[in-house]
Design a protein around this ligand. Structure first.
Ligand code: NAD
Length: 452
């Protein structure tokens, strides 16, 4: 990430017009031009720092407070803020609950939470109770009770919650969403998605650097290995469903005219983490004696009220290149990310795949057309810019975000439901109706616009 000054300079040099100006990133609607949002960040680890970098590039954000229990992360964040030429924010993190003192501040309008998963719901709940516009990293909740907590607190307080699912803003995902909304695939039938990412080197490290070789985790680990790996040790569940299911849920209007009804899940054996520990730490390393409960490949099938099926895969413990494995299929054809291919009956040569490139360019989403160049460098190929843009623009207007508390709950519920299904030999599990019947009347979100 470049500093704000570098960014502005770069924008000026490129000089390709208004879409490159950072101030325009929030100024799409004149009525909100000039309004600033006071933002606080809870958790400035790897992900929180990425969000910090993105908000520092915006003219419409003041970072008024930060919180992290790790002083090393606070120092990195303060240095970045100083380098960006911004005023020093208030700092919290004396203990695990010091974030509550941050939430007491009047000079905080919106909060971005990027902490380990077990803190997510607690912090998001407290933030909504304090009347803050709340952005929560993925996955939002770990248990069914936590899923309900998010919905109930949103409804009781009227405070908004946005699940910060950046993959919903990926360029190909938004282009395919555009195709869905323009009915190119026809009536939707089936989806595939998942989180298929070799995380062995993230779940295990040397305790000194996040991606340092080593086979430690928990108290001896650093960054995600300090907390994420515990979930693989103790839970046979899809613990990270939202990168895959979020985009698919948006395409078939889940919670807005549709909803998840039930799910079945199956888990393969789990050998990947153990093998990695033996290979890099030796068979006598204490961690080689642990039995990791999580199956290496977990496959869940969701049925929706409108009759679609969605296969969600969690595959993070074996050697493999990254892929979210998207497939979007309707009455007229389908897109498959793996293979980068598209087939539309009547347009493609019969029984032959088209390369998806031309289709995706043709249906490029208006947001990417307008801000694509601006977004480059924001992280994860640009989608991080768009998710934060949507959060800030929604917070500024204090309106419901595109990805709300009901979405956070329904998507995250896959974790406890997959766990229950796996434990019961694939027995179907019903999703609660988090909208309490409102899904029937709620209108689909208007995704096809170039503002946020
Ligand atoms: N959307 C994405 O692409 C993406 C990418 C990476 C991580 N994430 C998510 O972001 C979150 C954070 O992940 P990360 O990689 O930054 O992990 P990390 O371990 O690097 O950072 C977490 C930070 O939270 C701090 N923290 C822990 N308890 C705290 C407390 N009680 N109060 C204040 N700070 C506390 C830690 O000190 C640490 O700095 C996770 O939910 C993860 O799933 C999302």
């Amino acid at each position: 990430m470049s500093s704000r000054r570098d960014f502005i300079k770069k924008s000026a040099i490129i000089g390709t017009g208004l879409a490159m100006s950072p101030s325009l990133s929030f100024g799409a609607s004149n009525s909100f031009k000039g309004k600033k949002v006071n933002v606080a960040l809870i958790g400035v680890g790897l992900r929180g720092t990425n969000h910090l970098n993105n908000v520092l590039l915006r003219e419409d954000v003041l970072v008024t407070a930060i919180c992290d229990i790790d002083p090393r992360r606070i120092k990195i964040a303060l240095d970045l803020i100083d380098k960006a030429g911004e005023k020093k924010p208030k700092v919290f993190g004396k203990n695990d609950l010091d974030y509550r003192n941050l939430l007491d501040l009047k000079e905080v309008d919106a909060v971005i939470i990027s902490t380990p998963w077990l803190w997510h719901t607690k912090m998001a709940k407290d933030s909504m109770l304090a009347g803050k516009y709340t952005g929560l990293e993925v996955s939002a909740a770990n248990t069914m009770e936590e899923c309900w907590d998010l919905v109930n607190t949103h409804e009781q307080t009227g405070s908004h919650l946005m699940i910060l699912e950046n993959v919903n803003y990926r360029r190909d995902v938004l282009a395919v969403l555009n195709m869905v909304k323009q009915n190119v695939f026809g009536e939707l039938v089936h989806f595939r998605c998942g989180y298929q990412h070799d995380l062995r080197f993230v779940k295990l490290n040397d305790g000194k650097s996040a991606y340092g070789k080593g086979v430690e985790f928990g108290e001896k680990g650093i960054s995600e290995s300090a907390w994420r790996t515990q979930h693989s040790l103790l839970r046979n569940a899809d613990v990270y469903p939202t990168h895959g299911v979020g985009p698919m849920a948006t395409m078939c209007d889940v919670n807005r005219g549709n909803r998840f009804m039930s799910l079945t899940s199956h888990a393969s054996k789990g050998i990947g983490i153990h093998n990695y520990i033996v290979k890099h730490g030796g068979k006598d390393h204490p961690n080689a004696k642990l039995k990791f409960k999580q199956g290496d490949v977990i496959t869940s099938t969701i049925e929706t009220a409108n009759g679609e099926t969605i296969i969600v895969t969690h595959d993070c413990n074996l050697p493999r290149p990254y892929s979210l494995g998207f497939r979007v299929q309707g009455a007229n054809g389908l897109w498959e990310k793996d293979g980068d291919r598209m087939y539309i009956e009547g347009k493609s040569e019969p029984h032959r795949w088209d390369e998806s490139k031309e289709w995706l360019e043709k249906y490029d989403h208006p947001l990417w057309k307008k801000y694509g160049e601006h977004a480059q460098g924001a992280g994860h190929g640009g989608m991080d810019f768009f998710v934060i843009n949507a959060f800030i623009e929604s917070a500024k207007r204090n309106i419901a975000p595109p990805l709300d508390a009901y979405d956070a709950a329904a998507w995250s519920a896959i974790t406890p439901l997959s766990e229950a299904s796996i434990e019961n030999n694939g027995e179907p599990q019903d999703f609660p109706d988090f909208t309490r019947g409102m899904w029937v009347k709620r209108k689909p979100y208007n995704w096809i616009k170039d503002t946020y």
